[in-house]
Write a protein that binds this ligand. Structure first.
Ligand code: KG4
Ligand code: ZN
Length: 336
């Protein structure tokens, strides 16, 4: 079964072709980062308009790369939420129109399910069941994953997501959008010892998180006096350490309390090198195996949507082929 995957929930247009027998045949991404940079963040209306411009050329590109034609596609999977309403509607209407025209099914996919299952696309995929640490721009969640579609929320951020905290802190330090990668880069030249930031909810005895206080602590440090470049790097270093320490501790405690031995990390913050090295170190000591998506599939992409869609279709998911569609900008994963 050849599934076309479309991702358009935020500032990346992603298109991919996944074959249930042959695996990922091709995928292509267009990032809108350059377009939104001037505004310091994503402008929803511009995002929607750009998705419209990009979808057809990206689809052509993956068809050529995979050596397939439109007629070979058996189903279209699209991100139906969560995300920006207008941006989601572009992918959803494109999928519905294509499905109607070709007489094939269209399937709405949950964006976080795409992230969550993306490590299964790697050369050494994890086995079910596992604990998933989902760290994207809008979500920080710990999930127990028993199989495709069976997800139990164990804990989540009560305020800012880890990615959001990275982005806001980066802004406070005068770094551009998107902040996460820029802050991580600055932190590479930082040193420990000069600043001490809190480790929010580290000992809260539950699996919830809170990152907004950390951002406020950075704000206080920045407001005290103008910081030199090397001081900013030290502050970025300490911020990254604090986030990584909390994420690693809670993720491993979720694995332990669920008596599991496998942890899957997914979502944009999962690309953070310091988080990965810390996790590998502590998980190794605890006998826990950690799986990550391929680095290029950590942030938003169409491959994870095509793959999640194919898994749902194989499990008999409900589809539409009458041209109708719906999006859910707010959509808890456990309801997917
Ligand atoms: O999963 P994702 O691409 O999009 C959402 O679904 O939100 O995650 C984007 C988030 C942003 O907050 C971005 O700053 C963060 O992931 N991010 C990083 C890194 N790369 C992306 N945060 C820290 N370190 C990175 N290397
Ligand atoms: Zn995402």
């Amino acid at each position: 079964m050849l599934v076309l995957g479309l991702e358009s929930s935020c500032d990346e247009t992603g298109v991919a072709l996944y074959d249930s027998d042959g695996g990922l045949l091709a995928h292509a991404i267009h990032s809108q980062v350059d377009m939104h940079e001037a505004y310091g963040g994503v402008v929803p209306e511009l995002a929607s308009r750009d998705h419209i411009r990009r979808l057809v050329p990206l689809l052509r590109q993956v068809l050529v790369a995979a050596g397939r034609s439109l007629g070979d596609i058996d189903a279209v999977a699209y991100t139906a939420g969560p995300g920006l309403a207008g941006a989601l509607l572009v992918g959803a209407s494109f999928a519905a129109a294509l499905a109607l025209a070709r007489g094939i099914p269209a399937l709405p996919v949950h964006h976080l399910e795409g992230h969550l299952l993306s490590p299964l696309l790697s050369s050494t995929p994890p086995q079910f069941p596992f604990i998933a640490l989902l760290v994207s721009g809008g979500h920080t969640q710990l999930m127990k994953v028993s199989s495709v579609g069976r997800y139990e929320l164990l804990g989540e951020s009560l305020d800012d997501a880890a990615g959001e905290a990275f982005d806001k802190t980066a802004k406070l330090l005068g770094l551009g959008y998107p902040g996460g990668p820029a802050l991580a880069k600055l932190a590479e030249s930082g040193k420990p010892g000069r600043f001490k930031l809190p480790r929010p909810m580290l000992h809260s005895q539950d699996l919830d998180f809170s990152f907004s206080g950390l951002k406020t602590a950075v704000l206080t440090a920045v407001r005290e006096r103008p910081l030199t470049v090397s001081e900013k790097a030290d502050l970025a270093f300490e911020f990254q350490e604090a986030v990584a320490e909390v994420l690693v501790t809670k993720a491993l405690s979720a694995v332990k309390s669920s008596r599991m031995s496998t942890l899957v990390v997914a979502g944009g913050v999962g690309a953070n090198r310091r988080l990965r090295s810390r996790l590998d170190e502590y998980a190794g000591r605890a006998g826990v195996k950690v799986h990550y998506p391929e680095l290029e599939l950590c942030t938003d992409n169409g491959a994870m949507i095509a793959f999640a869609g194919s898994q749902r279709l194989l499990a008999g998911a409900k589809t539409r082929s009458d041209g109708s569609f719906a999006v859910r900008p707010r959509w808890p994963l456990v309801e997917a």
